[in-house]
Ligand binder design. Structure first.
Ligand code: PLP
Length: 222
C-alpha cells in the first residue's frame, strides 16, 4: 500500500470541509507514522488499550478519535487526551464520560451512535432513545460533555440501495434534530458515516466525517 498516495486521494475527495479519520486499528506505529509524515493528523482506534498505547508512542499533535464500543470502566484512560468519541451508545456511558471529563477538567466531545443497520450485533441508540436522551442532557447535568453530532454504521451487505437508505435515514434524523431546540451542550454539526466499502454513498448522503481503515492501510493483519 502506498499510504501517502491513499491519504492524498482522500484529501482530494474531501476538499477540506469534511474530515478523514484514518482508522489505524491493528496497524503498527511505523505504519501510522507513514500517514503522519504525509501530513495527516486525525486517527481513529476502536479499542481503549490500543488507543492509549498509540497515543503514548506517537506525536502529541495527533487528534485521536475513539470509534469503538467502550466499557464504562475504561473511559478514564482516554478522557485526558481523546479528541472525539464517536461511539457513545448508552446513557450510562455518557454519565461516566462526564464524570471522567470533570476529573481532568476537559469537556469531552462526543457523537451519539445510532443503530441504523439490520444486524443486531451492532451498537447504538434508536431514534426514540436519542429524542428522550436529549431532554436529559442539560449543560447543568452534563457540564463536561459536548455532543457534536451523530455516528452510524450501515449494514454489512453488498446491497447498495439498502446502505444508501440507512445513511439517508440517519441524515434525515440529523437534520430533524438540527431544527429542534437543543440544549447548549448539543449541536448537530458532525455526521460520522462511511467506511472503506461505503464512503462514496455516505458522502453522497451527507456525511461530514468518514472513517477509513483498509482502503488506506491495506487489509488488517489479525
Ligand atoms: C474498523 C472500523 C472502521 C474502518 O473500517 P474499514 O472497512 O477498514 O475502512 C470504521 N468504523 C468503525 C467503527 C470501525 O470499527
Amino acid at each position: 500500500m502506498d499510504i501517502k498516495k491513499n491519504i492524498q486521494k482522500y484529501r482530494q475527495i474531501l476538499q477540506d470541509d469534511r474530515t478523514l479519520v484514518a482508522v489505524s486499528k491493528t496497524q503498527s506505529i511505523e505504519t501510522i507514522l507513514q500517514a503522519y509524515d504525509s501530513g495527516h493528523r486525525v486517527f481513529g482506534e476502536n479499542k481503549v488499550q490500543e488507543l492509549v498505547k498509540k497515543f503514548e508512542a506517537l506525536p502529541m499533535d495527533i487528534e485521536w478519535h475513539m470509534i469503538g464500543h467502550m466499557q464504562t470502566n475504561k473511559v478514564k484512560y482516554i478522557t485526558p487526551f481523546v479528541h472525539l468519541i464517536h461511539s457513545v451508545d448508552s446513557h450510562k456511558l455518557l454519565v461516566e464520560i462526564n464524570k471522567q471529563g470533570q476529573k481532568c477538567d476537559r469537556v469531552i466531545n462526543c457523537l451519539l451512535q445510532i443503530h441504523i443497520a439490520t444486524e443486531e450485533t451492532k451498537f447504538g441508540f434508536s431514534e426514540e432513545e436519542v429524542v428522550k436522551l436529549i431532554k436529559e442532557v442539560s449543560p447543568s447535568m452534563f457540564p463536561f460533555i459536548k455532543i457534536l453530532g451523530l455516528m452510524g454504521m450501515a449494514s454489512f451487505t453488498k446491497n447498495k440501495d439498502q446502505v444508501r437508505n440507512e445513511f439517508r435515514r440517519l441524515k434525515t434524523f440529523f437534520e430533524t434534530l438540527k431544527v429542534t431546540s437543543l440544549p447548549d451542550n448539543i449541536v448537530m454539526k458532525e455526521l460520522s458515516m462511511g467506511m472503506s466499502s461505503d464512503y462514496t454513498i455516505a458522502l453522497e448522503e451527507g456525511s461530514t466525517m468518514i472513517r477509513i481503515g483498509s482502503d488506506i492501510f491495506g487489509e488488517r493483519i489479525k
